[in-house]
Design a protein around this ligand. Structure first.
Ligand code: IMP
Length: 197
């Protein structure tokens, strides 16, 4: 059998990328805070756990780490909701995707979000679940930008309050990119434009 052809290392060109961002919250700091949030959720729901609704795509990485801190199994659903297009400001219109077989009537709901900005997305989801007969709706968000709030929403578990800057990483994207970064970083549009990234 012929041996697989491997590419010689010296044929690869090392690329130095001038990333258009600066670190706001390190990975270790995020993980510590996520563990605290997990503990708080367990204390608040000592008997019957809530049904978890993960706002995708942004909250996937947050919930993956949160799930590891929870001792009791929970029922989880993913829901696509967005008030952002491809840019860095809210469009003002919230689009909510299919709810699938998620039934919230008579149940406590825990919405897991990456970031609360104007509050429109969380308000729309909360109003929808309450209208469907949810017993209560709680919100866990990794980040919150209080200075940007347009709609008044109660947030039960907040990882970090941050200033009014567009952030990416730890699941959050800019036009579908950078979700895989382990830290939360500030995205610098001007620098990105000047370096073509
Ligand atoms: P809101 O409805 O204005 O609160 O917006 C919440 C949604 O906007 C979040 O789920 C994110 O998808 C997106 N968003 C808001 N701010 C940022 C940011 O700084 N980086 C990435 N996404 C953001």
């Amino acid at each position: 059998m012929p041996s697989p052809v491997s590419q010689p290392l010296d044929s690869c060109t090392a690329v130095t990328v001038d990333h258009p961002f600066r670190v706001l919250i390190t990975h270790d700091t995020i993980l510590r805070r996520v563990r605290e949030i997990g503990r708080a959720i367990q204390q608040d729901f000592p008997s019957e756990p809530p049904v978890g609704v993960v706002v995708i795509d942004g909250a996937r990485m947050f919930v993956r780490h949160l799930q590891r801190t929870l001792v009791r199994a929970m029922e989880w659903h993913e829901l696509r909701a967005s008030s952002y297009g491809v840019g860095t400001t809210s469009s003002g219109t919230v689009t909510i995707g299919s709810q699938g077989d998620l039934c919230v009537a008579g149940r406590a709901v825990l919405i897991v979000e990456d970031i609360v900005d104007t509050g429109r997305t969380i308000a729309a989801l909360r109003d929808r679940f309450l209208a469907q007969g949810a017993a209560q709706v709680r919100v866990a968000t990794l980040l919150s930008k209080p200075s940007r709030r347009v709609v008044d929403v109660a947030l039960d578990y907040v990882g970090f309050e941050i200033p009014d800057e567009f952030v990416i990483g730890f699941g959050m994207d800019y036009a579908g990119r950078y979700r895989e970064l382990e830290e939360v970083v500030v995205y610098d549009e001007a620098r990105a434009a000047s370096s073509g990234g």
